[in-house]
Design a protein around this ligand. Structure first.
Ligand SMILES: Cc1cc2nc3c(=O)[nH]c(=O)nc-3n(C[C@H](O)[C@H](O)[C@H](O)COP(=O)(O)OP(=O)(O)OC[C@H]3O[C@@H](n4cnc5c(N)ncnc54)[C@H](O)[C@@H]3O)c2cc1C
Length: 506
């Protein structure tokens, strides 16, 4: 981070509690989450208008749940196409999502353009302003109590102060660079290709794939009649811009046809550079989304992990900004999300090996894994858990903590627990029937309280059996749970202690 301010044309007098750099999916959802919690951030976005390219095409089950926690899932579901299974490393055997413990057991096919438009609309409804055409060029750490953001705007340079700055500014994050956060990992060594085109003779199978020694090719229908033709061609490993002729030639060699492709609206390459920020927080600067982690876009997970970063960070940052939690509470964001970034890097690297490996050894490995997916439900469940995001948990280091601590609270139909979290507050669940003793909830002024039918005990898995009360964080993970009977002083004391340990939620 710069130590002396750049010469700026003027200082914007509207100093902010939080400035978010980047109006991609991660920045927009974080803005929404903060606004729900009562902190309206300023979002600075370099681009004058949203990218027209579809990029991410898949919304994973946990991401739909994250939206459902705020009652914001209906629009994506209405506009998307549910796919009951998904691929890992372009293996032939598909990973079945239908049995997943969620109200949304499918991958939702939806272009990123549509997702971003919805997220920006939700944020705007909560009063969030996105300043488009405003590029952050550097940051200055002032005195440990604030950050100055230097911006190149359409009307000239200016600077603006903020209590906290979040870099949601993508893979080449200026915020990350300026904060001096390392981004270790691997350089690009292989490239994939991608074209969005009209096909006069599209394949009959949606999601057509061709896999052979010539390379890999996948054809995905897009809304509006276009198709994404994407894959890996070992003969064309270059940074040079992709041309329609090259795409045609690759398609002919790999799939035996060019499908009558024409009129490209996007031709691009993507690399397998895989990097993970060494820390997600440095003083008053935080990172989320691609600014924190990059990888080969295999398995359709990048946008999803970014949105889930935002869900983890939003309520915590709001609590700190509003003085309801110490700044150190933000370290839990790094502690909980950095391992998720590491796992993301690992499984996308593994998928890349399966996609770009054309040797007999990799072909044999693919055959073995195809067999394992088709015949070993536990293995398929492991892959489904990673892709869907449903297995993400934040285990407690406290050996005495209840085994549910940090796990995702399950809501089988999405109509029990999720609506209780719509206003962004934590919820104290009293399992079973009957009124809640007023003495027990005397300290619970800042959380929602609900008597919950023992639905979770029946459907949430063995760990929920015998649970009498649980405190659910605003992001839908368990903060605390107990099996102590719901009467008597011991229970009251436990609930009070749990409520005191959770930073008050506005
Ligand atoms: C071909 C392809 C296919 C993909 N498919 C999938 C998929 O199926 N599923 C999935 O989950 N993910 C997929 N991804 C990944 C997904 O697109 C990214 O993970 C996602 O866009 C990251 O969101 P983000 O908000 O972190 O960053 P970005 O979307 O990169 O947004 C960052 C924003 O910050 C702005 N910005 C940058 N620098 C500055 C600055 N200095 N000042 C102000 N603003 C700045 C940028 O203009 C941009 O709007 C795919 C990616 C590609 C390329």
């Amino acid at each position: 981070m710069s130590t002396s301010p750049r010469a700026a044309a003027h200082r914007d007098s509207s100093d902010q509690q939080v400035v978010i750099v980047g109006a991609g999916p991660a920045g927009l959802w974080l803005a929404y989450e903060l606004a729900v919690a009562g902190v309206t951030p300023l979002v600075l976005e370099r681009a004058e208008r949203r990218s027209p390219h579809s990029k991410a095409l898949g919304i994973q089950p946990r991401t739909i749940e994250v939206l459902a926690l705020r009652g914001r899932h209906q629009d994506v579901i209405a506009g998307g196409r549910p796919l009951p299974n998904w691929h890992f490393g372009m293996l032939d055997s598909r990973v079945d999502f239908r049995g997943l413990p969620t109200p949304f057991p499918y991958l939702l096919a939806q272009p990123q353009t549509v997702t971003e438009e919805l997220l920006e609309d939700y944020a705007a409804q909560r009063g969030v302003r996105v300043r488009r055409g405003h590029e952050v060029v550097s940051l200055t750490q002032d005195d440990g109590r604030s950050v100055t953001v230097h911006v190149k705007g359409p009307d000239g340079d200016y600077s603006i102060g903020a209590d906290y700055v979040v870099g949601a500014d993508g893979s080449r994050s200026v915020v990350r660079r300026e904060a001096g956060i390392d981004f270790p990992g691997f350089e690009t060594s292989v490239y994939g290709f991608l074209g969005e085109v009209i096909l006069d003779r599209p394949p009959l199978t949606p999601g057509f794939t061709a896999l052979n020694e010539a390379g890999r090719l996948l054809v995905i229908p897009l809304p509006g009649g276009r198709f994404r033709v994407t894959g890996y061609d070992p003969r064309n490993q270059t940074r040079e811009p992709l041309t329609l002729e090259e795409l045609r030639d690759a398609s002919l060699r790999i799939a035996g046809t060019d499908f009558g492709m024409r009129d490209p609206s996007w031709l691009s390459r993507f690399g397998n550079a895989t990097r993970l920020a060494s820390t997600y927080r440095k003083d008053r600067v935080l990172l989320a989304g691609d600014a924190a982690h990059i990888h080969w876009p295999a398995g359709g997970v990048g946008l999803n992990v970014g949105l889930q970063d935002a869900a983890n960070l939003g309520w915590k940052l709001a609590a700190v900004v509003q003085g309801r939690a110490d700044e150190g509470f933000l370290d839990t964001y790094h502690a909980e999300r950095h391992p998720v970034g590491r796992e993301l890097a690992e499984h996308t690297l593994a998928q890349t090996a399966l996609i770009v490996g054309l040797t007999p050894e990799v072909t044999a490995l693919r055959a073995l894994l195809n067999e394992a997916i088709a015949g070993t439900p536990a293995f398929t469940g492991l892959l489904a858990g990673k892709l869907s995001g449903l297995d993400t948990a934040y285990p407690s280091e406290d050996a005495d903590a209840h085994p549910l601590t940090g796990t995702r609270a399950h809501d089988p139909e999405g109509d029990g627990l999720f609506p209780l979290l719509h206003d962004g507050r934590a919820v104290l669940l009293m399992m079973g029937e009957g009124p809640v003793d007023a003495e027990v909830t005397a300290g619970a002024a800042t959380v929602g309280i609900a008597v919950h039918p023992s639905q979770l005990a029946e459907t949430g898995g063995p760990a929920w059996s015998g649970v009498t009360a649980a405190l659910i964080r605003p992001d839908g993970h368990v903060w605390w749970a107990t099996g102590t009977p719901r009467s008597g002083a011991e229970f009251t004391a436990e609930v009070r202690k749990a409520l005191e340990s959770l930073p008050a939620v506005f």
